[in-house]
Design a protein around this ligand. Structure first.
Ligand SMILES: C[S@@+](CC[C@H](N)C(=O)[O-])C[C@H]1O[C@@H](n2cnc3c(N)ncnc32)[C@H](O)[C@@H]1O
Length: 217
């Protein structure tokens, strides 16, 4: 795990990761950001993991089973979920350095490097719930990531995830989610209003998100 930190702040890094064109570039940028990621997102009041923990409390029992944190990054969601009694956490991410930070928290049972744009190396119906925070956004995971979250979550299980507004409107999420609706593969339980995921950021216009909660059919 690299300990090197530098002077770039949240807005510099976010510009870089949003500008990445390939998975390799995304991985390199997040590897380079990993040592400072928690400090930088805290500086812009990133509140998404706290909202996610609230939604888990509303919909998923702590003993429901294994939970997939897709695009877990440094594992910011792991701490509140662990505190609330969710112990069977599996995280996946493209970036080994982000995964190393998540590992250091000691709250994930399993952490694996995987691409959410490809087939995940998990059996059908393995998880009781799957979540993805800050990863269904331009230049990150594509809409088909939702198909894999659906495939690996058991019927009756839950998907709790954010989609950024630019991704929803311009990267095919609106259409893909409508197709899943049309196929009757999930039931919508809740959609939050759009809110600023990072209120302290100068690029906040790019990062309005909604939470979506579905029950898998
Ligand atoms: C903005 S961070 C969010 C991390 C964490 N979920 C959080 O809320 O702090 C986005 C994460 O998604 C990962 N990522 C981006 N594209 C991905 C992909 N196609 N497959 C897996 N992980 C990806 C990045 O490496 C990064 O750790």
């Amino acid at each position: 795990m690299q300990d090197k930190t530098d002077d770039r702040g949240f807005d510099d890094w976010v510009g870089q990761v949003y500008g990445a064109k390939t998975n390799e570039e995304v991985k390199e940028k997040y590897d380079a950001w990993a040592a400072d990621y928690d400090r930088d997102v805290e500086s812009v009041r990133y509140g998404v993991p706290a909202v996610a923990a609230g939604l888990f409390g509303r919909y998923v029992a702590p003993d429901a089973g294994e939970i997939l944190d897709a695009g877990c990054g440094t594992g910011l969601l792991g701490d509140p979920l662990n505190l609330l009694g969710y112990r069977a956490l599996t995280g996946v991410d493209l970036s080994p350095e982000m995964l190393a930070r998540a590992e250091a928290r000691g709250v994930y049972r399993e952490l694996r490097a995987m691409d959410l744009g490809a087939r995940l190396d998990f059996a059908n119906d393995r998880f009781a719930a799957a979540t993805a925070l800050g990863v269904l956004t331009p230049g990150h995971a594509p809409p088909t990531a939702l198909d894999e979250m659906l495939r690996t979550t058991r019927p009756g299980g839950h998907l709790i995830f954010t989609v950024s507004q630019p991704a929803y409107e311009d990267c095919g999420f609106k259409e893909h989610m409508a197709t899943i609706d049309g196929g009757g593969l999930w039931e919508s339980l809740e959609t939050t209003p759009s809110f600023r995921a990072i209120p302290g950021s100068k690029t906040e216009g790019n990062i309005e998100v909604r939470f979506y909660v579905y029950r898998v059919r």
